[in-house]
Design a protein around this ligand. Structure first.
Ligand SMILES: [Fe+2]
Length: 292
């Protein structure tokens, strides 16, 4: 259902769901102004309800992008230093362009960004949310897809909820379960990324809702069970949370600014787009709490 609010300062605000599974488009919000009053509350409520918000914008400077991010939380530095913007280091530039034909594999599963993941789950307190803005996009392909792990959890059978409820899993920067190995880290980055243990079902600190918490690129194993049982459980979780009914595919326009909730969504990139066409985004991670 579309929500409409008339606010003197902000003109008319509209919040329109993007699809059944998740996400809403916010129309009529001036991103350069603080999120206060009735409008601010409506935007924050929509974020918690829909888990992803899309603002149509022109590309912002890194500093202006960081200002928008601060309205939703506290930006944190991402791990990989070489993607950080020098002048505003909490902003990272993510360039997924295929420069040469040889860079693009025939099998898209061989590109790490296609794995369903929640950002930086390999740290003790993973980012609660991510802001991503497109700066340049290819003519075709390159969509970012999302799945709602809160809805996937809620639709499990009671027996499955009981089975998964008390389990914990190890998240690592690198795991043999991932289809592709990650980029090389510096010594400093390796020292900052020991294995961490997270619950397989986490409770959202703002809503109390439970969601599956699994990262196909980082979740190594369920702890305190056999390897076979761990694989069985992780495959079950992976399969359930990525069912089509929980999914939204975002077709980027230049300047689109998305904010999504890493506590109840996973995402994946369609890396099938033309060689030589630039695909560039800027990203900010917002500080989160240790999952419980
Ligand atoms: Fe990501």
């Amino acid at each position: 259902m579309t929500l409409q609010i008339n606010a003197q300062q902000n003109g008319s605000l509209e919040i329109n769901p993007l699809c059944e599974a998740l996400g809403a488009e916010v129309i009529g919000l001036d991103l350069s102004k603080p999120l206060t009053g009735e409008v601010g509350q409506a935007v924050h409520d929509a974020f918690l309800e829909h888990h992803l918000l899309c603002f149509r914008s022109a590309p912002l400077s890194p500093a202006a992008f960081a200002d928008v991010a601060r309205r939703f939380g506290e930006p944190q530095m991402q791990l990989l230093r070489n993607q950080r913007v020098d002048t505003v280091p909490e902003v990272s530039l993510l360039d997924s362009t295929y420069v040469r034909a040889v860079d693009k594999p025939d099998d898209m599963r061989q590109v790490r960004l296609t794995g369903w993941h929640t950002d930086e789950s390999f740290v003790e307190a993973p980012a609660k949310a991510t802001l991503l803005q497109s700066l340049e996009i290819p003519d075709s392909g390159g969509q970012t897809s999302f799945c709602n792990t809160r809805a996937a959890y809620e639709n499990l059978s009671e027996a499955e909820k009981l089975r998964l409820g008390g389990l914990f899993a190890a998240h690592r920067y690198d795991t043999p379960r991932a289809a592709v190995q990650p980029k090389v880290r510096t010594k400093e980055e390796i020292d900052e990324t020991p294995e961490v243990i997270h619950p397989l079902v986490r409770t959202h600190e703002d809503t109390g809702q439970k969601a599956l918490f699994f990262n196909a690129n980082r979740t190594d194993r369920v702890v305190d069970v056999s390897h076979e049982e761990s694989e069985d459980i992780l495959n079950l979780v992976d399969g359930r949370m990525t069912e089509a009914r929980y999914r939204y595919d975002h077709e980027w326009r230049v300047g689109d600014l998305l904010i999504w909730d890493n506590r109840c969504l996973v995402h994946s990139v369609n890396m099938d787009f033309p060689v030589g066409q630039r695909r560039l985004h800027q990203r900010i991670l917002l500080q989160g709490h240790r999952p419980v």
